[in-house]
Design a protein around this ligand. Structure first.
Ligand SMILES: NC(=O)c1ccc[n+]([C@@H]2O[C@H](COP(=O)([O-])OP(=O)(O)OC[C@H]3O[C@@H](n4cnc5c(N)ncnc54)[C@H](OP(=O)(O)O)[C@@H]3O)[C@@H](O)[C@H]2O)c1
Length: 340
């Protein structure tokens, strides 16, 4: 069988170039064409020497493809996606443009009018573990945000089983690559190194995404969620510690069994006996989850861990792409984490 042809729009950002790295060794998909505004006309291997074997040139416009991974900033992404969808091409969009189902909510949180609201109803939210069947039949998949991936996977079993009251606190720590490759004073070495800070206390844009998806798992309840992200001095990784008051009595062992059963068939989600480290997922598509109970306070505590650029972006995009192309879900994603 011929290999499927994939393209990447915006290979010059961290999410885009990580898609290129994963596709460069994909057994059943050829990376056929890539675009990137600031490096158009240059060889991909010259701009990103870790892809030294690539023969591709970074183009201004995409060539012929079966599927495209779009890794543009929000708003710009929707314009590209609209044009691809109109041509009948399958798309995984890594931006936030098609994650929220409510156009008004998007406009409020992102401060712009949605450039392609007519596509919102057909976009499938790309958290593979929750929407596998819908993703397989979709033309447009909205790849989840990095923080929401860790938070939703951490809380989905408990919310779905009605184990907790309607209040959750998500405390997340992210590496600096989560802010992208574009220059930003907050991510300068001298600012971020040896520093840790909370940000977006007034409400981070990933909050409505977490509320939307956990809410869909318990439509009769109105989830109240406090989400506080932190920037920590590492390149990759997100560690989320989620707290929620339990609705009834349950032991840590029983909770762990519920989580293990919920994710028993999942190739990329593992329930752990001890709290995971960000180094345990670095470079892999894994999400590690450690659920436990604080018996003194009746609080459930769940810690999840992902690589923001893999399960939180490019890896999940490839996982979704595989499903959309009818390929094994794990194809091209078998690499184990880089440790230490
Ligand atoms: N970083 C993560 O962990 C992560 C995780 C999940 C999802 N995402 C999403 O993935 C997308 C890309 O994120 P990223 O982290 O890769 O960002 P990034 O590293 O900052 O890359 C963004 C790139 O977009 C290009 N760009 C900016 N404005 C543009 C415009 N108006 N028109 C065309 N190109 C433009 C620039 O490339 P040029 O310099 O070549 O112009 C810039 O380098 C975003 O939507 C982001 O939300 C990122």
């Amino acid at each position: 069988m011929d290999k499927a042809m994939a393209g990447i729009i915006n290979v010059t950002g961290y999410a885009g170039i990580e898609c290129a790295r994963l596709l460069s060794s994909h057994p059943q998909v050829t990376l056929a064409t890539v675009t990137g505004r600031s490096a158009a006309g240059h060889r991909l291997a010259d701009v990103f020497p870790h892809l030294a074997d690539s023969n591709l040139t970074i183009e201004e416009k995409l060539g012929e493809v079966d599927i495209v991974l779009v890794a543009m900033p929000h708003k710009e992404s929707a314009r590209e996606v609209l044009s691809l969808i109109e041509k009948g091409i399958k798309v995984v969009d890594l931006s936030a443009d098609f994650r929220l189902k409510d156009e008004t909510e998007y406009n409020e949180w992102y401060g712009v009018s949605h450039p392609a609201p007519q596509l919102l109803s057909q976009a499938v939210y790309g958290l593979t573990e929750l929407y596998r069947n819908e993703i397989a039949g979709a033309q447009l998949v909205a790849n989840p945000g990095c923080y929401p991936t860790g938070a939703i996977l951490a809380m989905a079993p408990a919310v779905k089983q009605g184990l907790i009251k309607e209040y959750i606190v998500v405390d997340s720590k992210s590496g600096v690559s989560g802010a992208g490759r574009s220059l930003n004073i907050k991510t300068h070495y001298a600012e971020a190194n040896e520093d840790t800070t909370a940000y977006a206390l007034e409400g981070h844009r990933h909050l409505p995404e977490i509320i939307q998806e956990l809410g869909l798992l318990q439509p009769d309840k109105k989830m109240r969620i406090t989400f506080v992200p932190h920037l920590v001095p590492m390149t990759r990784g997100i560690l989320s510690t989620c707290y929620a008051p339990l609705a009834g009595k349950i032991t840590a062992q029983e909770l762990k069994q519920i989580y293990s059963d919920f994710y028993s068939e999942e190739p990329f989600v593992k329930v752990t006996d001890t709290p995971p480290h960000t180094k345990h997922t670095r470079g892999s598509n894994l999400c590690l989850i450690h659920p436990t109970v604080d018996g003194r306070t009746g609080m459930m505590v769940v810690i999840s861990c992902i690589d923001n650029l893999i399960k939180g972006a490019a890896g999940q995009a490839v996982q979704n792409m595989n499903l959309m192309l009818g390929l094994p879900e794990t194809a091209g994603l078998e690499a184990v984490s880089v440790y230490p």
